[in-house]
Design a protein around this ligand. Structure first.
Ligand SMILES: C[S@@+](CC[C@H](N)C(=O)[O-])C[C@H]1O[C@@H](n2cnc3c(N)ncnc32)[C@H](O)[C@@H]1O
Length: 258
């Protein structure tokens, strides 16, 4: 839950603005890419998942409910952590799903090793050295043979230009990579890519929003965008750059083995 009363919409990051508009799924390939990751994973009841940047806990809760896995989430934003904990309690999953308030740059603070690490829409936000550091610590948090499930923003071409223009409108260091560069970043950290898929980036595409958020929540998002000028101008700013780079931008979903 983004604290909309204190959020400065001029400087807030893109995902905070979209969350304030009511968007629950904040990842470039939406539910389709996430489902592909779940398919590749082949989760079994009782296995363990570490989720990076777990936000409001929606993925963690879905994993526990659908597959009977135990999930530990790490999330930096205290408002999101509070919202995730309330959602977990409401779902009756306390004890099976836990969200720790913490920084994914400090995964060494967690001693447990996991069967899976899930990270969606978080590595893109990091600089190349930041990506390398997080990927190494993901490798360290996986059991031997454990799976890393990743879903990030793809720049098929013009990486530099896209980085510059996206960082400006999203107000974070958004640095999407090409397919080759993402795969190279994973293998440098000892994560061997077994499966991957790319597709269109449709975060602000109405058809994808309807599929991911459902009719009611889509209506709520549209209402907020139409009636709140501060949200609307940021959404339009992001949409302009997404459209400008429509040919180059996409998502990449990856399953890699430690
Ligand atoms: C784009 S959202 C993605 C959320 C979620 N994974 C999803 O796919 O819907 C990014 C999330 O990462 C969190 N975040 C950003 N930097 C972080 C860090 N260093 N450590 C932990 N969480 C972080 C933000 O607070 C936000 O909830």
């Amino acid at each position: 839950m983004t604290n909309t009363t204190t959020l400065n919409f001029k400087t807030a990051s893109g995902h905070q603005v979209l969350a304030a508009a009511g968007k629950k799924m904040l990842r470039p390939g939406g539910g389709i890419a996430t489902e592909k990751l779940f398919q590749w994973a082949g989760f079994k009841a009782g296995e363990t998942v570490l989720e990076l940047a777990s936000s409001f806990g929606y993925s963690a809760i879905a994993l526990a409910q659908r597959y009977g896995v135990r999930v530990v989430g790490v999330e930096k934003n205290p408002d999101s952590v509070a919202c995730a904990r309330a959602n977990i309690a409401a779902a009756g999953l306390v004890g099976q799903v836990e969200v720790i308030e913490g920084d994914i740059f400090r995964l060494d603070a967690i001693s447990e090793k996991f069967d899976y690490v899930l990270a969606e829409a978080i590595l893109t936000m990091q600089s190349p050295p930041g990506k390398a550091k997080i990927l190494r610590s993901i490798h360290d948090r996986l059991k031997p043979g454990g799976k890393f499930l990743s879903h990030e923003l793809l720049a098929r071409d013009r990486e530099e230009q896209i980085h510059r223009d996206l960082a400006q409108v999203i107000r974070i260091n958004s640095t999407p990579l090409s397919e080759t560069n993402w795969i190279a970043a994973f293998s440098t950290a000892g994560l061997e890519v077994k499966q991957h898929q790319t597709g269109a980036m449709a975060l602000l595409n109405l058809r994808q929003i309807l599929r991911d958020e459902g009719l009611l929540n889509t209506a709520r998002i549209l209402w907020n965008v139409l009636t709140k000028p501060a949200i609307r101008s940021r959404v339009l700013e992001m949409r302009r750059v997404f459209s400008q780079y429509q040919q180059e931008l996409g998502y990449i979903a990856v399953c890699a083995i430690a």
